[in-house]
Design a protein around this ligand. Sequence first.
Ligand code: PMP
Length: 390
Amino acid sequence: MNKLSQRITAGLQHQRQQGRWRQQVARTSGHGRLLSHSNGTTLINFASNDYLGLANDAIVRQAFVKAADQYGVGSGGSALITGYHQLHQHLCEQLADITGMQRVMLFGSGFAANQGVITALMKSGDLLIQDKLNHASLIDAGLHCRADSVRYRHNDLTSAEQQLQRQAEAKLLVTESVFSMDGDQAPLNELAQRSQRHEAMFMVDDAHGLGVIGDQGLGATSIEPNIDVYMATFGKALGVGGAMIAGDKDIIEYLTQFCRHYVYTTAMPPAMAAAASAALNRLTNEPELVATLKHRIGLFKKLAQQANLPLLPSNTAIQPVLLPGNDTVVSTAEYMRQRGFAVGAIRAPTVKAGQERLRLTISASHTERDIENCVATLNEEMGRMQEHIE
Ligand code: PMP
């Protein structure tokens, strides 16, 4: 066996031994409140990022199908050659309007957008400053770019300020608006002020915020207008896929010229842009969607608090229930599955050891009954586990 094959075998073995084995199970249904799998199970879906229930929404689907019928299924090239379609342009204009940013560009995924922007903007001698709990796409961008990359303690303004005080050619501070594993929110106003004071650009990843936070669910820019670089994905509350970067016209022009993850990749299919546009229309024209989500989140929290479930302080659609230990979290998720609920089991090293958790995500597509039953089932199992310990 050559060295690389040996490393692969050892890596797989280690992953299994550590209880970190990741598995993908194909579903056989569309997305939404219910998920069906090929083994015949149908589960109530508390594990997806489809916060507004738009992934299988009739209007969004119709927009996708109509555009595919009219323009085909692929974009046929990179945006700067032949890939850019008027449906992309329309989506960019709509997003600029909603976010209040001057210009918008589209990416195939949020992962690519984060990597692309940071590696294009950051040069040797620069300083990239990130929250410790930022998403892997941001942390890895820090490793791949030429700048010095530092992290501050999670949501800690003093720690962020200490990093901002460091000398560098140019500085970029990056935070998520809603943290993907904890569901808590960044202090956007204070981070924007401090970035400005220390002449740093301020970038926000609003993957879990757009469609959820702000009065009308319009995301981070409705809470803090002074964001220099704004990223949001369309694969979560908008239910589609793909992502955007927004900024002033020079930043977006610069990225259009120099961002390798934009220049050297196939543009997202125009039908996806049409579907994202339709999802945005639903978000902006039907405030009851976001109101329903907020109500369901409130109900979940109230019931979970009454049941003394170990929640983290989150007011967003991401509601973690702490259950330390990879085995414990996996077996509890399995218990929930057997009783009809899909919930995420988040293990170390995705989160720090000892911080393992179930990650429940609340959606506007849940009924009140779904939420009541889910909390009651979880409470039953936690009670049983407690008895076992005592
Ligand atoms: N940023 C955050 C905070 C995320 O949670 C994710 C997806 N898990 C991404 C970026 C990547 O987005 P996408 O899924 O569109 O690649």
